[in-house]
Every structure is written in C-alpha cells, then in structure tokens.
Design a protein around this ligand. Structure first.
Ligand SMILES: Nc1ncnc2c1ncn2[C@@H]1O[C@H](COP(=O)(O)OP(=O)(O)OP(=O)(O)O)[C@@H](O)[C@H]1O
Ligand SMILES: Nc1nc2c(c(=O)[nH]1)N=C(CO)CN2
Length: 164
C-alpha cells in the first residue's frame, strides 16, 4: 500500500481547469481532494496569485518514484514549460509525502522540503486530514500554527470545487 499526498498549484491561464485536469488524471487513485484556495505568491512575489489544492492518493504497490512520474506527466499534460524557479506555471504538482518515506535524492526529496514552511500546502492538507504528519517534522497542525499569521492569511478559501 502506498499513500501519497500531492500538492497542486497553478497561476497561469485557466487555473481552475489546470487543477481539474490534474484531479481528473488522478481519478483512479484519488482518496480525497481539498477545496481550492487562492494564495499570494511566495518565492517570486511579482507574479499572479495561485490557486492551490492538495490531494491524497493511494495505489497499492506504487513506489515513491512512480508518484513523481505521475506528477511530472500531469505537468506535461498541462503544457508546463520549465522556466524560472518559483516562477509562474500552468500546473505544478509536488510530491509532499509518500507514506513515511524519507528521501534525500535531489530528484525526489521526501517529505518535500518546502512542506513545513508552506501554508499553501498545510492549510488544504489539514482540511482533508486534520491528523496529518510530516515525517521527521511532526504534526502538520503544529507546523501551521508556528507560521507567521500573515502566511496563513495569504491562503483564502474559494467557492471553486474539484470534487464533482
Ligand atoms: N518531492 C518532490 N516533488 C516534486 N519534485 C521534486 C521533489 N523533490 C525533488 N523534486 C525535483 O524538483 C524538480 C522540479 O522542481 P520544480 O521546477 O517543480 O520546482 P519548483 O516547483 O519551482 O520549486 P519547489 O520544488 O520548491 O516547489 C524536479 O527535477 C524534481 O525531480
Ligand atoms: N502561493 C503560491 N506561491 C508559489 C507556489 C504555489 O504553489 N503557491 N509555487 C511556487 C513554485 O513551486 C512558487 N510560489
């Protein structure tokens, strides 16, 4: 059994349609999908706001590398062109965790090293798994509580849905 948490982000073009494309592509393995959040860009601040969401997916036997390949195939399907680090993109799919796996391979760092610091991941993840744990870092709820209040305020729920 392999359960993964994937984060989705988009800030170019029809952002909701790109998130939907990702969720549609995960339909066969989808356990839960969060609401859609409108978020202020971090990293490179001078770019359009993002839509972010988180999915929990499960597929017996799939290893962590297979989840990376899935994530990258979805990005390709959205026509993503890799340009600037932390810059605008049609679709970003990050592998946040895979079970309790820890990996320091640069092509697949697990848990994703941004996770403890990113309200854009922690808020949607906690919505669908209030007991979420980041392997090696503790409870996601504690990590979110430790972030500056402004970071949490930058993550705003929307009426958009990925559930139907
Ligand atoms: N947990 C992970 N999930 C997705 N990609 C990862 C992970 N760990 C390492 N990578 C590697 O990161 C590279 C992709 O980085 P990408 O361009 O998506 O970074 P970014 O989204 O700009 O920044 P960040 O990874 O901090 O969100 C790929 O080469 C991929 O192999
Ligand atoms: N709000 C927000 N900002 C970002 C995001 C993201 O998903 N959401 N992803 C980035 C590149 O990984 C850079 N900045």
């Amino acid at each position: 059994m392999s359960r993964a948490v994937l984060s989705l982000g988009s800030n170019l073009g029809d952002r909701h349609a790109y998130l939907r494309l990702a969720v549609d592509g995960l339909r066969d393995v989808l356990v839960a999908v969060s609401g859609v959040y409108e978020t202020e860009p971090w990293g490179v601040r001078d770019q359009p706001d993002f839509l972010n969401a988180v999915c929990i997916v499960d597929d017996r036997g799939r290893d962590h590398w297979a989840w990376l390949r899935t994530a990258q195939a979805l990005e390709r399907a959205a026509g993503r062109v890799r340009e600037q680090r932390w810059g605008p993109r049609t679709l970003d799919v990050d592998v946040v965790t895979v079970d309790g796996v820890r990996s320091d391979h640069p092509d697949l760092l697990l848990p994703h090293p941004g996770t403890p610091h990113r309200a854009t991941v922690l808020v949607p993840w906690l919505e669908i798994d209030p007991d979420a744990e980041v392997p090696g870092h503790g409870r996601a709820a504690d990590l979110l509580a430790a972030l500056p209040p402004a970071d949490r305020a930058d993550v705003r729920p929307t009426d958009l849905s990925l559930r139907d």
